[in-house]
Design a protein around this ligand. Sequence first.
Ligand code: FAD
Length: 468
Amino acid sequence: MMTPVVQTETAVLAHNFQGELIYLGDAAYDEARAIWNGMIDRRPALIARCATVADVQTAVKFARETGWPLSVRGGGHNVAGHAVNDNGIVIDLSLMNSVAVDPDGHLAYVGGGATIADVDRATQAFGLAAPMGVVSETGVAGLTLGGGFGHLRNKYGLSADNLVAANVVTADGHIVHANEQENSDLLWGLRGGGGNFGIVTQFVYKLYPLGPEIYFTGVFHHGDHAEAGLKLYREFNAIAPDEVSTLAFLGIVPDGAEPFPPEAHGERFVGFVALYAGDPAEGEAIMRPLRKLTAEPLADFSGVMPYVDAQQFFDEDYPSGELRYYWKSLNLLSLNDEAIARIVEHVYRQPSQHSTTDLWHIGGAVKRFNSDHGAFYGRHAAYLLNPEANWEDAADDEANIAWAQTLIDAMAEFSDGSRYLNFAGFQEEGDGMMTAAFGPQYARLAQLKQKYDPTNLFNRNQNIKPQS
Ligand code: FAD
């Protein structure tokens, strides 16, 4: 029910707003406040679903003038639940999800509330692709602003690396256009510095010819071969061409999980996922060693397939709102034999069969972009380690969170303490985590924050404090 106070306070906003305003008590309220992580249960006073850039400006002005807590929602997939708050306003961009492709200029103009699936669908119609993440329901906004690891990263870089321009509504309500020529400092910050500088209403990405068919590797070997598998993975990555971006992951095949054969259910696995951004036949030959770790894998889903299908390979594993999620990360400077042994010793203690531990190889183009190009920090690492705790019952929260944290703690000696902020758990480490995550980039980010958001209006995010 909208209280008289809320009604009075929001009257001007409501008068000027073209999108949907959803208040506590409205029929659409519970659906509108729900986000991907089933652990998060927050009750904003108002969800402002913007239809236009002017709506975003109106909502920002409202938040600034009232002092209400402010969250910004793109795809709603931030693990810590930054997209929603208690008793404040959520500026929800989900209606602003259009994608326009310039096939000659190899550019995509993408609304701030689009998902990866929106981008893939529109760009593949022209045989083009933008580097995005590996689960298609994820929002491009949080993904890009935090970095963006995906299947094309070693060939073309992160999502953030391929952001060539953006329109941003800043804390003062102005629209700022950022590209390499105009406001290039802001563009630099948007390439990995999070949602700190304003609300991006449009992202412009560089596109590359790809597909429609590609060769995709998705293979699960028995966990008895985990150490040998990670060693093979390391040797493979050392010589693999940039066309290949790989992810190794360890876990347990959940009971009843389809389309795994019944004999695989409940078994520990070491798996590899990889995509070849080039000729499919060449990709099959080059990636074959990953499939041949064992003579009879638990399951092998590899093959030539449409790029959009490969982009949705993991979708069913991450249902929205149904599971509880806690994802953490650590940059590993090397993956030596000791590190591999340590990972294997810890991972299978996972309390939930839904959890996995992922190792993202960092190579090729990701390493070639540098700190002048964007704020993202982490290119110096060899691998990104990412335990994903995924479970069903609230009673198991503590055990699952502890599992992920224990693994991260156990790997500290193989890292410099930097991590990927899009897999940052609940950011329990506070400002210390932010400075470690950005290393030498932090000071420049704090100056930029001071310039574009001196009062820290945008603070429910991977927050950078304005340099005072
Ligand atoms: P939201 O929760 O909507 O937004 C997150 C934050 O981004 C907000 O709090 C706000 O600060 C900011 N924000 C959102 N929209 C805007 C905007 N328009 N303008 C300014 N700021 C905005 N990461 C990878 O790198 N690679 C992957 O393959 C990958 N896969 C994932 C799969 C799943 C199932 C999930 C849940 C996450 C995955 N991630 C991946 C992590 C993902 O990048 C982050 O969770 C990211 O925050 C999601 O963005 P979102 O827009 O959906 O989130």
